[in-house]
Design a protein around this ligand. Structure first.
Ligand code: UDX
Length: 441
């Protein structure tokens, strides 16, 4: 059993905190945001994540996890301190490390005995060295700490599963003492544990996310070629992905990547290259291809509807991917804004993310959030699939057709079987499956 503080209880921090508590450790989560803290102190998570509420409640009730707004309390009552605060993008794409800097100073002020300070937020390589220097500079007592890096690889929507069953654990350390503590913390995990120096660990994280984003942009690039030539991107991805050196995962063409990690990390990694005099043009192109996905969708909308102005369009899905209520950098936001600018009348559904999107885009006479996917279909002249929720895959398409004014589906995530949809009389526009369109002209 270890005494652990988790500074910052966003997605990464809270899942990590609950995970370590579930493994039998004593965890204190430090959160500065009053609204979030109020919920946490009652044992409720401030965001949706499968199993999180159940496991938080359990460990809250058995006393293995508690919450505070005080870094002092977190530091003083623990031996291992995980820094999990946000590193949002600055205007130029680089990571804003100000929260890490503030927390480092606070940790320095309250050190009471030896501590292991572990960086978990995604950060530019060499950030841990800055944390170390900051703590040394601001620590009142003699230095009594070590730093380490232990990057997270948690996907939203399956974050707890990823916590308990990771592909690998990466530990960047400077001493055997730090290594042994972290190996002991992860002793029950059945996966490879990669022990490296700290800079290497930091690069592993950024390189992993950038590579996955690159895979997505690559398949989207090929998807455009499939569209021009009548080939089928789903089959191309399958044929390519079966090569074990490439792998089948993350080859799903569509509206591109969103969320709080990939868009930010790709740009930040490009900047890191620049700082070190290197040109990561591959990542610039990855980002550019991703940005163009919305234009591709809009081309389809215009080819289907001619002018979107005054037309009723149902939008299915606003979360940046299924099984989350997160809309950060979600493709849906750009889709909605673009269609709004074009004067379309929108009926928008999502199973979980409506409260979050409402904070960004308000309802008005031309934009309504609806409670069921069928409601979004009522009187619609086109239906756009933006997020591939299972609920949408199981829609009764006959009913959808009856409800719609004109049976047009624009599927940004290729969730339907083209033969089935077109045989029901829909015009079906999808991504990279050019032959399947059944236009009425
Ligand atoms: C990601 C990483 O996977 C995780 O390891 C890291 O620690 C945090 O960032 P997350 O942002 O939760 O996790 O989502 P992920 O499942 O990786 O998907 C990212 C985006 O890529 C989503 O918008 C998704 O729709 C998109 N995507 C994913 C595709 O467009 N095609 C694919 O084949 C896979």
């Amino acid at each position: 059993m270890q005494r652990i503080a988790i500074i910052g209880t966003g997605y990464v921090g809270l899942v990590t905190a609950v995970g370590f508590a579930e493994l039998g450790n004593n965890v204190i989560g430090v959160e500065k945001d009053k609204e979030k803290l109020d919920l946490l102190k009652k044992g409720f998570p401030p965001f949706y994540e499968p199993r999180l509420e159940e496991l938080l409640k359990k460990n809250f009730e058995n006393g293995r996890i508690k919450f505070s707004d005080s870094v002092k309390e977190g530091v003083e009552k623990s031996d291992i301190i995980f820094i999990c605060v946000g590193t949002p993008p600055l205007e130029d794409g680089s990571a804003d490390l100000s929260q890490i800097s503030v927390v480092s100073k606070e940790i320095a002020e309250h050190l009471n005995g030896w501590k292991l300070i572990v960086e978990k937020s995604t950060v530019p390589v060499m950030t841990s060295q800055w944390i170390k220097r900051t703590i040394k500079l601001y620590s009142k007592k003699e230095e009594n700490f070590e730093i380490a890096s232990n990057p997270e690889f948690l996907r939203e929507g399956s974050a707890l599963k990823d916590f308990f069953h990771p592909d690998r654990i990466v530990i960047g350390v400077e001493s055997d003492r730090a290594k042994d503590i972290l190996l002991n913390l992860y002793k029950d995990f059945d996966c490879p544990i990669v022990v490296t120096d700290i800079n290497t660990a930091e690069i592993i994280k950024h390189a992993s996310n950038s590579f996955l984003a690159m895979k997505i942009s690559f398949i989207n690039m090929i998807s455009d070629l499939c569209e021009k030539t009548g080939a089928d991107i789903e089959k191309v991805a399958y044929g390519v992905g079966l090569d074990k050196r490439i792998g089948i995962q993350f080859l799903k063409a569509g509206l591109g990547y969103g969320g709080s990690c990939f868009p930010k990390d790709v740009r930040a990694f490009f900047k890191i290259g620049e700082i070190h005099g290197l040109h990561f043009g591959l990542l610039k192109e990855t980002h550019k291809i991703n940005e163009q996905r919305i234009e591709r969708l809009m081309e389809k909308v215009k080819s289907a509807l001619w002018l979107p102005k005054g037309k009723v369009i149902g939008i299915l899905g606003v979360a940046f991917k299924p099984n989350t209520d997160d809309v950060r950098e979600a493709p849906s936001l750009k889709v909605i804004e673009t269609l709004r600018r074009e004067g379309a009348i929108l009926k928008i559904h999502d199973p979980k993310a409506i409260p979050n999107v409402k904070k960004i885009i308000e309802e008005d006479k031309n934009l309504k959030y609806v409670n069921s996917p069928y409601e979004a279909c009522e009187g619609a002249e086109a239906l756009i699939i933006v997020t591939e929720w299972d609920e949408y895959r199981g829609l009764d398409l006959k009913k959808v057709k009856e409800l719609m004014k004109t049976p047009i589906i624009i599927d940004g995530r290729n969730i339907f079987n083209p033969e089935e949809v077109t045989s029901l009389g829909f015009e079906y526009y999808c991504m990279g499956r050019g032959n399947y369109l059944k236009r009425k002209d």
